[in-house]
Each structure stands twice: as structure tokens, then as C-alpha cells.
Design a protein around this ligand. Structure first.
Ligand code: PGA
Length: 276
């Protein structure tokens, strides 16, 4: 049994309720982002072309983004034909220099990226990225004119110990630099135990965490914090997308495995609830 965190009470927080309750801005479209991770070479580009063609014909009420490996960015932009945005999965914090193997935000921008994911848990786990490194990467993204998805999320052990909310509070404090604006930027909430496992938190747990993240953002950035999109990520698929996207404060999804096939990703896009 997964330990439950205490329910977050708006009344007990020091965030003005009016700020939390304000209706979503009409311009705040959900963002459905695909993270291809280290998957994909030239033969997979038709998947992006197919997603772009689907977007052209259905005109979804969401921003659509695919983040392929860096080697595919330029070709992915061509395949996307202006219908969907293309992004990177990571960037260096430096602009250039003797950093063998690294790719700067400016280089991603030059390749045609509009976005970059920073602080994904796989970067934190396998490459030792800390909150301050993630914050530096987010700043680098903004410096280069990219929009950033800044990822946070707790481990299974942290959730079982009842620490999910505080872990995410600390990650927001350390990983989101000053100066975040609501225009485009997003927070990706991805519980590590839900990534690639087929297990997702309950809708109540997702709602509780997203409300908590919203409170953290509003407490620190006021109006800007109110409008930043908070994406849920971790085993999103066509079967659960509708209910996840309907949870209050879920402003989109960060999709791994189910973004690799156009048919799955389009099915998720088609599940965006009408009111989101
Ligand atoms: P998943 O990955 O959808 O395959 O669980 C999500 C992610 O890591 O971004």
C-alpha cells in the first residue's frame, strides 16, 4: 500500500485563496509533450510527420511538443512542418567551451528547438544533476530563447515515507530559478516510480501534488506562478490521459513511451478534455 500524504489545505497555507482560485487564463493552453529519450534515428521521423499531419487536421486545443534526441532536432523540425514544436531533452548551462559531448541551449536553438527539458529524473539519477545544476540549465534555456520544462518528482521511498510534498517543495525551491514567467514555461511533475512502469498515482494523489506545486509557485512568484503550466508525467497513455488531464491544476502531460508511436501520441492528444 502506498503511504498517503496529508491532504494539502488551501486554508492553512499562506497563499491568498483568490490567487489559487482565479480561472485559468484563456491563453493558457495545455501542453502535451513527448520525450523520446534515447530512442529514434532517421527511420522514426515519419512518426513526427504523422503527428504533425494529425495536428493539422484536428487542430487540438493544446500546444504539442516532441523532444527527440539532439541528433534528430533539425530533421524533426522539417518533419513537423510548423505544426508542432520540437525541443531538446537536456542542455549544458554554459554557452560554449571545452565541455566535450555537451550541447548548449544556444546549439539546440540553432538546430531549431523551441523548448528544452531540464532536470529530468534520468539526468538527476544517472548524471548526478543537482537542483542548482538544473536551475543553471533552466537559466541557460531562457538565455538562449528556449522555453523550459523543469522536472521534479519524488522516489517511491520518499513517497512511502510521506515526504513526497516536501521533496517537491525543495526541488522547486532549488531547481526553478528566479525570473520564471508563465509564457510557455512549464513544471513537469514526474514521480520516479511512475516513469516507464505502467503505475500511476491515483487521481487524488496527482491532484494533491499539482495543487501543492501551484501553491509553491504562487507563494514565490504570485501571478506568474499562477499561470505556469504544471505537466503530469509518468506512464501517461491513451487509456488514462483523459482522466489525468481532467485533474485540476494538471496543465498537460509529459509522455515518454507513448510518444514514440504517432498513433498512441495522437490518441493522447485526442483525450484532452473539452474544458482543459
Ligand atoms: P513514461 O516516461 O511516459 O514512459 O513513463 C515519462 C518521462 O520520463 O518523461
Amino acid at each position: 500500500m502506498m503511504a498517503k500524504n496529508p491532504v494539502v489545505s488551501i486554508a492553512s497555507s499562506n497563499v491568498p485563496v483568490a490567487l489559487l482560485k482565479r480561472e485559468r487564463e484563456p491563453t493558457m493552453r495545455p501542453l502535451i509533450a513527448g520525450n523520446w529519450k534515447m530512442h529514434g534515428t532517421g527511420p522514426q521521423l515519419p512518426e513526427i510527420a504523422a503527428i504533425a499531419a494529425g495536428v493539422r487536421s484536428t487542430a487540438p486545443t493544446a500546444d504539442i511538443l516532441i523532444c527527440p534526441p539532439s541528433t534528430l532536432i533539425t530533421r524533426a523540425v522539417q518533419a513537423a512542418a510548423g505544426q508542432i514544436a520540437i525541443g531538446g531533452q537536456n542542455c549544458a548551462s554554459e554557452m560554449s567551451g571545452a565541455f566535450t559531448g555537451d550541447v548548449s541551449a544556444e546549439m539546440l536553438k540553432d538546430a531549431g528547438a523551441a523548448w528544452v527539458i531540464v532536470g529530468h529524473s534520468e539526468r538527476r539519477q544517472h548524471h548526478g544533476e543537482t537542483d542548482s545544476m538544473v536551475a543553471a540549465k533552466a537559466k541557460a534555456a531562457w538565455r538562449a530563447g528556449l522555453l523550459a520544462i523543469i522536472c521534479i518528482g519524488e522516489t517511491d521511498a520518499q513517497r512511502r515515507a510521506g515526504n513526497a510534498l516536501t521533496v517537491c517543495t525543495d526541488q522547486i525551491a532549488g531547481s526553478v530559478p528566479e525570473g520564471i514567467t508563465a509564457v510557455g514555461n512549464a513544471i513537469g511533475y514526474e514521480p520516479l516510480w511512475a516513469i516507464g512502469t505502467g503505475h500511476t498515482p491515483s487521481l487524488a494523489e496527482i491532484g494533491q501534488m499539482h495543487l501543492h506545486i501551484r501553491q509553491c509557485l504562487v507563494a514565490r512568484w504570485g501571478a506568474h506562478g499562477r499561470d505556469v503550466r504544471i505537466l503530469y508525467g509518468g506512464s501517461v497513455n491513451p487509456a488514462n490521459a483523459h482522466s489525468v488531464l481532467a485533474v485540476p491544476e494538471v496543465g498537460g502531460a509529459l509522455v515518454g513511451g507513448a510518444s514514440l508511436k504517432a498513433t498512441d501520441f495522437e490518441a493522447i492528444i485526442n483525450e484532452i478534455p473539452a474544458h482543459v
